[in-house]
Design a protein around this ligand. Structure first.
Ligand code: FAD
Length: 341
């Protein structure tokens, strides 16, 4: 391990030792935070055997990397990762550790924050410099309000909302001029208490997580939100999907949490990222976590009873109406026009 110190550590996500590409956005965030100077930024890659992955990231983005390897990191294990990162903090003394905002990283940062006595803010969308300090900005109340949050602890931990610092194809602007070190290897330190006290051990991916409905391939996505009211009303959503060619049904998280639809139909930061020609959001408020997964759709139409719904701020067409009334009218009109042709 090198004795170099780093001011920013970006912790990437892997599953089965493969990188989750979206987590590379952290390099863009780090670059912006460090005003383009990535010489004191370190990318940490957790996994079972990830030195080669570290080498490829160092080579492509000209940034120092370190592998945190452990057999049980082949699948995400936030509690174990928090323990191992605690050792890494001791080695490198960073001022800021960044993660992509996901459920498991929220678990990891909650634990890491407690054991390292640091301050944490989640789902950060941007930041502003205020002299020596920094104010992190995020949304609350399903995107209706933005707040500024200043963290006082010496070590700050931040989860960054996916899709807010996007990585373009041309990566040149994110490259550091610094000469980079060979990837470092962070051996697993002994657990703080000497005992294995991480709660669980993920052992495989469910088939659902691996495949199923390909929302990503659909030209049209009709998405159901909590505003559909009850499970029976899903038939209205699938009937609307049936009037379009190559259409799929998507959902916001509460719909999948209630098991009304499987998780592989969830759109958002912890679901699928989609960019169909048409995205019709039905009864979805427009939380940042949902918007991050669908904002790159070519045309966004939202139906919502609330004229101030946050989803309208990213929509091309807005329909302030009860979806239970509106969708049957849409289906009828559509069929009247197109099925007569
Ligand atoms: P609500 O926020 O309850 O909105 C329902 C909307 O329906 C309201 O705007 C209401 O005005 C409208 N409505 C009600 N009745 C009608 C009607 N009859 N006709 C028309 N409109 C009506 N969410 C995701 O979607 N995807 C994710 O990947 C995701 N990941 C998350 C990750 C983390 C770590 C966390 C903390 C949260 C995540 N969430 C995610 C949850 C997210 O924060 C919101 O809670 C969720 O998106 C809200 O879903 P919703 O818009 O369907 O429900």
């Amino acid at each position: 391990m090198s004795d170099k110190k780093y001011s920013i550590i970006a912790v990437l996500d892997t599953i089965e030792d493969k990188l989750i590409q979206q987590s590379l956005e952290l390099i863009v965030f780090a670059s912006s935070f460090a005003a383009g100077d990535l010489s004191t930024a370190l990318v940490v890659v957790p996994g079972k055997s990830v030195m080669k992955l570290c080498e490829s990231i160092t080579e492509k983005y000209l940034i120092d990397t370190a592998a945190i390897e452990h057999d049980e990191l082949y699948y995400p294990n936030p509690e174990l990762l928090a323990e191992l990162l605690y050792g890494t903090i001791g080695e490198y003394s960073p001022g800021l550790i960044i993660f992509t905002h996901t459920v498991r990283n929220s678990q990891c940062t909650a634990k890491l924050s407690v054991i390292s006595k640091s301050s944490t803010v989640t789902a950060v969308e941007s930041f502003i410099r205020d002299g020596e300090t920094c104010i992190f900005q995020r949304s609350i109340f399903n995107g209706k309000l933005k707040i500024n949050q200043r963290l006082n602890a010496l070590l700050k931990i931040v989860t960054v909302l996916a899709g807010t610092y996007t990585l373009e194809e041309d990566t040149v602007s994110y490259k550091s001029n610094a000469s980079v070190n060979a990837p470092a290897y962070c051996p697993a330190p002994a657990s703080r208490s000497g005992a294995k006290h991480y709660g669980y051990k993920p052992i495989s991916l469910s088939p659902e997580a691996l495949g199923g409905v390909k929302l990503e391939d659909a030209d049209v996505i009709i998405s159901a939100g909590r505003g559909i009211g009850k499970e029976e009303n899903l038939s209205l959503i699938s009937e609307t999907a049936s009037i379009f060619e190559n259409a799929a049904v998507g959902a916001s998280r509460p719909i999948c949490d209630q098991r009304w639809l499987p998780f592989n139909q969830q759109v958002g930061i912890t679901g699928r990222t989609v960019s169909p020609k048409l995205y019709l959001a039905c009864g979805i408020s427009g939380s940042q976590q949902h918007i991050a997964g669908m904002k790159n759709s070519q045309c966004i139409v939202a139906i919502n009873k609330d004229p101030d719904a946050a989803i309208f701020s990213v929509s091309d067409y807005i329909i302030v109406e009860d979806l239970i009334y509106f969708l049957p009218v849409l289906i009828r009109k559509y069929r009247d026009i197109y099925e007569k042709e």
